[in-house]
Design a protein around this ligand. Structure first.
Ligand SMILES: Nc1ncnc2c1ncn2[C@@H]1O[C@H](COP(=O)(O)OP(=O)(O)OP(=O)(O)O)[C@@H](O)[C@H]1O
Length: 249
């Protein structure tokens, strides 16, 4: 992976219909870092990922990508946002990871079947090539989506609650792939709720409660005091506020 200065968040406010969901966030996600975004429900974690991937334009502030473009970012939304009813075989879903290489209507190149087979093997889905995606279990679906991410070969990978409702075996297998990406100096940012998992496997953590509570080495961020503060901040938040109090002050 090429070296970049990482992702720079400069006083970023993100929201919907001008209602801010993430307020005044500044900091850098270093290139090659393994960062967990944590915080209570409604803290703005998914919103932040959507801002970084370019699906949401900041209401104010800016998100800088250094020498990367949006096309260098692979994004796995929450499972609930993925339409599994689309009639498609596992092989074709995973092959979509090669679109960046070939373009939407480009043909498959030599070696692509091998690459797809390798990616399916890496996630333990060899033999599932022809299965319609609608017939997969939740864990198998997430494995197939990780295979697609493997083929995307992106320097930045954003994962929104990738382990939600998965059994320990599947989590462990997918964590191996995340570790592999980290070893390849890719930047990995994952929204997670399991604090023990973050402490054990992630180098950095950003604790959000619409505003940033703490950001830095995971073991320094995930203290009982910070987590309590984040919960308190979310409970005290007025979701109907049209503009944030800091802007109004
Ligand atoms: N499309 C949308 N339109 C309007 N408001 C939204 C939209 N998506 C999210 N929000 C609101 O923005 C706030 C932050 O939501 P977000 O999904 O980013 O939180 P989260 O930290 O990812 O939560 P969770 O842990 O529950 O997934 C919430 O109050 C939510 O209701």
């Amino acid at each position: 992976m090429s070296a970049t200065s990482g992702i720079l968040l400069d006083d970023v406010t993100l929201g919907y219909a001008r209602h801010p969901a993430v307020h005044h966030l500044s900091g850098a996600i270093g290139s090659g870092s393994l960062t967990a975004v944590v915080g209570p429900n409604g803290a703005g974690k998914s919103t932040l990922l959507k801002g970084i991937v370019g699906m949401l334009k900041p209401l104010s502030g800016s998100i800088g990508l250094g020498n990367l473009t949006r096309r260098d970012i692979a994004y796995l939304p929450q499972a609930a946002e993925i339409d599994r009813s689309f009639p498609m075989a596992v092989y074709d879903l995973v092959a979509m990871g090669l679109w960046k290489r070939h373009g939407l209507f480009g043909g498959m190149g030599r070696g692509d079947s091998q690459r797809i087979g390798d990616a399916l093997g890496a996630v333990g889905l060899t033999g599932f090539e022809n299965r319609p995606i609608g017939t997969l279990s939740g864990g198998q679906t997430q494995r197939a989506l990780f295979a697609r991410l493997l083929l995307q070969n992106a320097p930045v990978i954003l994962l929104d609650e990738p382990f939600n409702a998965l059994d320990t075996r599947t989590v462990s297998d997918l964590l191996d792939i995340i570790r592999r990406w980290h070893g390849e100096q890719r930047t990995v940012i994952a929204v997670l709720h399991d604090m023990d998992l973050v402490r054990a496997h992630f180098t950095d953590a950003l604790l959000l409660a619409r505003s940033p509570v703490a950001w830095g080495p995971a073991h320094e961020v995930l203290t009982a005091e910070n987590l309590f503060k984040a919960r308190h901040m979310i409970e005290a938040f007025d979701p109907e506020a049209a503009i944030c109090s800091r802007d109004a002050a």
